[in-house]
Ligand binder design. Sequence first.
Ligand SMILES: [Zn+2]
Length: 406
Amino acid sequence: MKYVIFLADGMADLPLSELDDHTPLEAANHPALDRLARNGVFGLARTVPDGMPAGSDTANLSVFGYDPTVCYSGRSPLEAVSMGIDLKPTDVTYRCNLVTLSDAENIEDAVMMDYSAGEIDSHSARELIEWVQQELECEGVRLYPGVSYRNCLLIPNGELGGEQTPPHDLSLKPVRGKLPKGANSDVLRRISKWSYSQLKNHPINRWRAKYNKPLANCLWFWGEGVRPDMETYSRKFGIQKGAVISAVDLIQGIGKCAGLDVIKVDGATGNYTTDFAAKGRAAIDAFKNGAEFVYIHIEAPDECGHHGQVTEKVWSIEQIDEKIVAPVLEYLDTAGETYAALAMPDHPTPICIRTHSPEPVPFALYFSDGRCAPSGAESYSEKNAAQTGVFEPCAHRLMEKMTKKI
Ligand SMILES: [Zn+2]
């Protein structure tokens, strides 16, 4: 038995006037997703438990099969694990975004112009992060460069219970009152303020200014956490060999904590310029190399949602369908082994609000052995999923259903 999950981050959306009151999913052409919806169990699932933040961390944990209300201990430790950081139980970690703030005398008067500093390249990001680390000499506090604007800060023997605001929730809004509060906030605020006063003068930012690129002029901390306590896939689901394919640290970290192999794909960027076909091929290769389970995560629709890119979001969904879902299903169909396939987003990233929402998302769960009656749905969309009346209030149960031996 083989298992595949197609996770299209932030794919679910709301109707848009630019698309004649259709959602990007409704506007896109995606025959492979439609096939899964029509021939599988099709409905809505709640990936973000009530009262929890609508992040890719909680939502992806659910889809991986872990109950976020039990396992979730913050986003940043999952990313830290993926970066190869050996976390001690007493380490407290934060996501450290390189962001673009508007120019102001005082950081409190600035506006969050871009939570990703123009999706700064990893090389420049590393140089800036290492420079801040050197300049600060904050004893014991350690900055780690990651992928693009996504970096990590570790505080050994830190306290827990601070309050931070994700920068993507502040897009084009003033940051006044949104700097960290509570535990460890003194050091976090000090670094943010210092970086805002100094980073603009770094040669990399001088170069970015010259070429009209958004400045990476502040370090913004959020996503506090400690190492999660997660059972591995082999213990939890009896899956001995599995893999995760994602350009995003967080998803790779969940995979590592679950005991899965992380497959890095050349050309996987984490946005709509990603090499979709390379991800599809990597999944097929993983199956050929003996993987029983592959989790293919594609970040592109989420980034398009955050940036308000309607056409790009529709296009991304079509690319996922054509270059990933279709070829992987075709391979599994011809490989002659029974398989189960689950296709869903983690959460909606509606273009009209440019951030995540906690609403339930459509899911299609297909078994090649026909053990479940086909839904008969016409196509894979938010509306059609709601109309089937199938509702899974705890999305982590989907993985249990998928792997249940019958
Ligand atoms: Zn997002």
